[in-house]
Design a protein around this ligand. Sequence first.
Ligand SMILES: CC(C)(COP(=O)(O)OP(=O)(O)OC[C@H]1O[C@@H](n2cnc3c(N)ncnc32)[C@H](O)[C@@H]1OP(=O)(O)O)[C@@H](O)C(=O)NCCC(=O)NCCS
Length: 169
Amino acid sequence: MQIRRIELSDVPDFLALWAQVYSEGAFLAKGPPPADRARQVVERVVREQIPNFVATDGSEFIGAVEVFPAAMCGISVDDSDRRGYLGIQLAKNYRGKGIGRELMQTVIADARRYGFETIELSVFQSNLAAIALYQSLGFRLTGSSSSVILPAGVSTMGQHMALSLEFTK
Ligand SMILES: CC(C)(COP(=O)(O)OP(=O)(O)OC[C@H]1O[C@@H](n2cnc3c(N)ncnc32)[C@H](O)[C@@H]1OP(=O)(O)O)[C@@H](O)C(=O)NCCC(=O)NCCS
């Protein structure tokens, strides 16, 4: 298993993984964007060394983790350059083997290098594996959003979590 920065040539695999995880109906609120939009974003990510990593196993594309500046997520806040928003997706057969933790540790270290002061995320309360991972890395609950019925039929709520990078190593 290898973890490296995302490259433009990863876009088709990245979108396929996103679509696959979304189709499971339990983890992600949104499906993938159109390919041309994703290419534009990854071009910028590569140019500006925004913390985005992928995991591969031989020729297989197995996971990705992204921290984007708030403004790139359409979130307008004063200190948008210092607030990163995280997403992570791992192919089903590769979960529960420690890869998610490794991806998170990699992106957190790089988010600090990039200059983010906080990493924020939203997660469904039903996603116990993801929440346990985030908590174990120091993320704390900051709020919750309204209830949703997931495509898989489960009724849950969104919750927001944040990790402060300012005073932690
Ligand atoms: C959430 C996700 C990234 C975790 O990655 P992973 O590689 O499966 O997790 P790891 O094997 O690295 O485990 C890390 C920690 O997560 C927790 N965890 C993992 N699988 C778990 C499970 N089935 N139940 C409860 N906790 C679990 C544990 O705390 C674990 O730490 P430990 O091994 O020290 O006990 C991955 O499962 C995934 O991509 N899920 C689908 C997409 C998703 O939910 N994305 C996040 C949306 S907010």
